[in-house]
Structures are given as structure tokens and as C-alpha cells.
Design a protein around this ligand. Sequence first.
Ligand code: HAX
Length: 425
Amino acid sequence: MYKLKEKLQKLIPVWRDEIKSIQKEYGEKVISQVTVAQAYGGMRAVKSLICDTSEVPPDKGLLIRGVPVKDLTDKLPEEVFWFLLTGEHPTKDELKDLQGELVRRNNVPVYVWYVLRAMPADSHPMAMLNTAILIMQKESVFQKRYDEGMKKDEYWDATLEDALNILAILPTIAAGIYRMRYYKGALIQSDPKLDWAADYAHMLGIADPNGEFTKLMRLYMVLHSDHESGNVSAMSASTVNSALSDLYFSLSAGLNGLAGPLHGLANQECLKWILETIKKFDGVPTERQLKDYAWETLNSGQVIPGYGHAVLRITDPRFDAILAFGKKYCAGSDVFDTVSRVFDVVPDVLKEVQKIKDPWPNVDAASGALLYHYGLSEFSFYTVLFAVSRAMGVFAQAVMNRGTNMPIIRPKSVTTEWIKKEVKK
Ligand code: HAX
């Protein structure tokens, strides 16, 4: 048995007992209230979900298992996946064992390539990724074992199997989509000697003479891995998984949400906005020009992509990490310098718009600029990079949820008529 499963076999009964006893002792304690504004307002700040892999305090940003993400930026994504799942850092041996599992499982069914090649040439890469995931659903270990009468206690085990099977092939499929969709030539074979993100970078085929793009891929995969469970992608995935739909169905559901411009597509929109700005002003704009352009965007009824957040009220620490990488490796590039200048100007503009609760940049404000700098200029692909990383969080949450026997998600909705009566009471 591989070491990650061994570790979870020990941890899961402990978590189960702890949750059982918390529920028994404190089940009736109130932890949150819901106002009418929240019911109409996307349930902002309503505490009604449990997520132990990560949390996002508005004044701190992403903490993975309690650790600020800035302290994890030197880790490999597969180390972070272990950490998300177990709350412990893997030893060298454990990491090697997990990497071995990922390499061993990296076999993309050949029908995936046939289906992807048959898709319209102008399909969005996220539609291609999702199609690939959905058509592989028949490979689900969970589904197969469920049909054979698997016991509830084993759900997490079958979910972990699906998780590793999908994680192992996601970079190969995503890189394949990149090469196909943008006519980059033949697909590049995986190199089993490389770590997960380095192999992804290798299969994309971006020239990387000094290894900086590989470093960026590792960082990118770590930063986007998880963001607690109330965001659109994580929540959609876990809702679907709570119906015991397997991880192929669940991940697909989550990624369909990630493909929205208010969520994961913002990175594509953001670079588009930066490039338009550079084009309009024929180079890196001045602060004055940027300020005017930001107002022009807002006055035309559009959002400034990459700025604002449903939860955060500070600069996203993931943005800080990307900005720091850019300052170290990409200073002097027009796109990166524009992104930095936007950061100097836009928060003050957004602060003047009263309704905007968070004027600060989120992770999407800078990531595209670095990808562009290294030659990955097809920005409609950016959300696919995000998706490959986010799969880790979705999977870690699902394994924990199945391990701790979380029930099907089913909150109560009310009608506007009900609200009108209720508020008069
Ligand atoms: N530009 C213009 N207007 C903005 C804005 C921005 N960057 N951020 C918020 N607003 C507006 C909202 O559209 C909303 O307007 P209406 O009341 O007219 O609908 C108002 O300010 C209040 O919004 P909020 O409470 O501050 O923010 P929300 O929780 O409603 O929305 C969003 C959070 C991230 C969706 C929002 O800030 C936004 O649209 N930002 C730009 C898109 C973006 O960067 N998305 C990526 C977020 C990170 C992420 O999930 N990545 O995957």
C-alpha cells in the first residue's frame, strides 16, 4: 500500500471520532446567523460549511492547514497536496512514494485524444479540459466499487484512488490541450524523472533555458491549490460529490464554475485588460493614464479584473507571492511592469467606489503577466493552469468529506413571499 493511504488510514478514524463527539456535545450551539441581505447576497460570510484543508481569514488570506501560503512557496505542489490531506509535511520517503504513484498512474486513455481532436477548433480550453474529465468518468474506481456494494467506511479510499488517478494525468491532458488547441505541434511525452509541475512545464513545451518557467509552474500550482470550501469551484465540486457522484463528475462541476469570469477566468480577463492598456498607450502606461483607463472601464459598467474579492479585505498573499517572483525574474517586461503599476494605481481608484468592499488585487491580477512573459501568451489557456492546481484542493476536501461521512448537502431555500411575511413579524 502507498504511504499516503497508510497515513490516511490512521488519521481518518481520529477525525471521525472528533467530529462525532463535537456534534454530540455542541450540536445545538449557534455559530452563525443569516440576514435577509446575506440570503439575497450569495450567502457571504454565513458560516455553514466545514473545510479543514484551508481557510481564508479576510485579514490574512489563504492559510493551508493553518500555515500562511507565503510560507509554503518553496514546496512542491505534491508536497502541498499531502499537506492539504493530512496536515503534516511528507518526509522525503513519503514524497517519493507519492510521486511514484503519480508517475505510475500517468496513462491517459487514448480515447481522450480522439474526442479532444474532434472538438471544434475554437472550443474554449476549459470546455476541452472538462470534456476530457467527463468522458473518463467510466474509469472511476469509486463508481465501480459503489456498484459492487462498497461499504461506507471505504468511500474515502475509493475517492483517494480516483483523486490520484486524475491528478496523475491532468498535466498531460492539460498540456496536450495546449499543444492541440494552439497548433504547437506534436504532443510532448511526459518525463517520469520530473516532479509533477516540472513535467507539466516540460509537456507544455515552453522554452525554458534557465528553469524559471518551471519554477513559476511549481509556484503557480501551490498558490492555486485550495481556497477553503465556499468559493464557486470548491463548493460546486463538493456539493456534487456529496451526492456520491464520483470525482470525475465532481471535478467537472467545480471546473465549470472556475470557468466563469468572476472566478477563475479572471486571470484571462485580467491579462486581456493589461494588454489592451499597453496597446492603447503604446507601452507601459503612466500612472495618470492608468487612472483614467481604470475609470473608463468602471464607467462602462465593467469590472476591473483581478481586483476585489468576496472574502478578502487585504492584498491577496498569493498576489504578493507572484509579484515577488516577477520582481525577481521578470522586471523590465512591459506586461509585468504594467501589472506593478496597476497595483500602484487601481486600489486608490476602487476605494473611491463606495460599493466595492475590497479594492485590493487577488491572485489573478498578476499571474497572467508572468505566464505571458515566459511565452505562454494564449491567455484563454490560463484558467486551465488554475484548474489543474485547484483539483488538488477539490480532491483533498472530497477525501476528507467522504472519510468523515459528511452527508449530502441540502440547505433550505425560502421564497420572497416568505421573506416578506417573515420580516413583518
Ligand atoms: N471592479 C468593478 N466593480 C467591482 C469590482 C471590481 N474589481 N469588485 C467588486 N465590484 C463591484 C461588484 O460588481 C458589486 O457591484 P454591484 O453591487 O453593482 O453588483 C459591488 O462592487 C460590490 O461587490 P463586493 O461585495 O465588493 O464583491 P463581491 O463579493 O460581490 O464580488 C468579485 C467579488 C471577486 C466577484 C468582484 O470583486 C469582482 O467581480 N472582481 C473582478 C473579477 C475578479 O477578479 N475575479 C476573481 C476573484 C478571485 C477568484 O475567485 N479567482 O478565481
